[in-house]
Design a binder for this molecule. Structure first.
Ligand SMILES: NC(=O)C1=CN([C@@H]2O[C@H](COP(=O)(O)OP(=O)(O)OC[C@H]3O[C@@H](n4cnc5c(N)ncnc54)[C@H](O)[C@@H]3O)[C@@H](O)[C@H]2O)[C@@H](O)CC1
Ligand SMILES: [K+]
Length: 479
């Protein structure tokens, strides 16, 4: 499991660790890891031109010490000091001893344009989102230059705790972060600024408390969650998932939700709705009923909403069931908020940013800019587990207070019609198989993202092909 902690927690842990170590030891560990990552990126260090953007805090100190290490290996290193009188004194001395130079921001443009590598040490966890004008001007030059950009701890200008970006920020190819991930490295839009992320172990793990802000499942975590049928299993013990989806107008949504559900580990899929013929034609193993959800027979979890059009009656009926319910798409609009809050069994809501915005009564851009806050708020308002879809999917447990799961396996190719229907069926199937709502949502998103990658393989992809690649994704997490 990957974890990310808020700044105040990181600070507390760092103080505890620092008290046990010689002065400056943590910064040396950070700088050593940072220099090694830069050397890997450069391939050859000798003769390369490296520019350091150095603010007046310890983030700049890391950049200076790493620059000194690169200078000792033969790189030509120039530090751009944003506040010359306040740069980290020890780091500055080390850089000078190693033969590095310094320039003021006014003389920096040529240095930045000529560099092979720029280290962004303007600000780390000590900053507020949005760069100050002097730093923003340098970031703009860097964005336009040919150098690879390595962010120190965080891309300067992003909000470490929320992943929000207010104003300008540095765009990095690689972020080398210390001790633990920070939420901003895993949540969009800040995540996009970070590029790929490398974590340097500075020994913080042993002092970090339980209670991260974010967790991210990895292959082994997902493999451990996925249901495995035992010798005594039959289709009912493996779970029956009910799909109440599709309409005369949108029969395809029913077919795609069933396609996802069939690959999600439930023993059987029961379909209720007007698209039964289309479903049976494609998936003859489906149990089809043209009566309402209440008369459909036993299920262990329901999926309601994909392609439902205006069928509020079916949504209301499903919400009264005493089994877990996943609400997606039209169902989100049709579901009565009080009926959702009154439910005793778990509820999993799966909006994309536009649907979440409608539920919250705000503009879509607001959700896209503050995804972590919005997913928690929805989970609190509806007392339901909420999965907010996007290039990084977030899942907040009911109430919105625990660690939020973040999933980054997706690909931009997944932003295709019907892809969400497949996810709803898949996650609903995992609910029926007995996973709790947080696990079903996050493991479902993980597999769905991987399936999207396998199916797309760098080219446009249809939702039915994503469904078809779920088995490959399932096998791959166990390898
Ligand atoms: N505390 C520790 O134990 C360790 C800290 N390390 C480094 O230290 C960093 C934290 O250092 P600090 O607490 O000194 O804080 P930072 O260096 O992150 O930030 C403080 C500086 O940034 C400037 N700043 C703040 N907001 C800004 C903005 N919007 N635009 C431009 N400049 C802005 C401030 O004027 C101040 O000079 C970490 O991110 C990490 O890089 C590492 O060396 C590892 C160990
Ligand atoms: K930085």
């Amino acid at each position: 499991m990957r974890t990310a902690y808020r700044v105040e927690t990181v600070r507390r842990a760092e103080r505890e660790l620092m008290a046990r170590l010689p002065e400056g030891a943590l910064m040396q560990r950070a700088a050593a890891g940072l220099a090694a990552a830069c050397a890997d990126l450069l391939g050859r260090v000798y003769g390369r031109r490296v520019a350091l953007l150095v603010g007046s805090g310890d983030n700049g100190g890391d950049a200076l010490y790493a620059g000194a290490r690169l200078a000792r290996r033969g790189a030509g290193v120039t530090a751009v000091l944003l506040a010359p009188g306040r740069a980290h004194a020890g780091g500055l001395a080390a850089l000078r001893r190693a033969g590095g130079r310094t320039v003021a921001p006014e003389g920096a443009e040529g240095v930045l344009r000529g560099a092979d590598l720029v280290l962004d040490g303007i600000v780390g966890i000590g900053g507020k989102s949005g760069l100050r004008p002097d730093a923003a001007a340098l970031a703009a030059v860097v964005a336009d230059a040919r150098a690879a950009v390595v962010a120190v701890d965080l891309p300067s200008g992003v909000d470490a705790d929320t992943g929000e970006v207010h104003g300008s920020a540095v765009r990095a190819d690689l972020t080398v972060t210390f001790g633990t991930h920070k939420p901003g490295l895993l949540v969009d839009p800040a995540r996009e600024y970070a590029g790929s992320v490398r974590l340097v172990d500075i020994g913080l793990g042993e002092v970090l408390p339980a209670g991260p802000e974010l967790t991210a499942l990895q292959h082994a975590d997902v493999a451990a969650l996925l249901p495995v049928p035992g010798g005594a299993s039959d289709k009912y013990r493996r779970g029956v998932v009910g799909i109440a989806a599709g309409s005369a107008r949108y029969p395809g949504a029913a077919v795609l939700a069933v396609a996802g559900a069939l690959r999600g580990g439930a023993g059987a899929v029961r379909y209720v709705g007007p698209a039964g013929d289309a479903v049976i034609a494609r998936f003859p193993g489906t149990l089809v009923s043209d009566r309402g959800p209440r008369q459909a027979g036993r299920v262990q979890a329901w999926v309601v909403g994909p392609g439902a059009g205006d069928d509020a009656k079916t949504v209301a009926e499903v919400l009264t069931a005493d089994v877990p319910v996943l609400i997606d798409a039209d169902g989100l609009r049709l579901a009565d908020a009080d009926a959702v809050r009154a439910r005793k069994a778990p509820t999993l809501m799966t909006p994309h940013a536009g649907e979440a915005a409608a539920l919250l009564g705000v503009a879509r851009e607001e959700v896209e800019g503050a995804r972590l806050r919005c997913v928690r708020e929805l989970a609190a308002r509806y007392r339901a587990t909420v999965l907010l879809k996007g290039s990084t999917t977030l899942v907040a447990d009911a109430g919105g207070e625990g660690a939020v799961r973040v999933n980054a396996t997706g690909t931009a190719w997944l932003a295709t019609a019907g892809s969400g229907d497949v996810l709803s069926g898949l996650a609903g199937s995992l609910l029926a198989a007995g996973l709790d709502a947080l696990d079903a949502g996050s493991a479902g998103a993980y597999l769905h993202g991987l399936a999207g990658r396998f199916a797309a393989d760098g080219a446009p992809v249809g939702a039915h092909e994503v469904a078809g690649a779920i088995q490959q994704a399932w096998r791959s997490v166990g390898e």
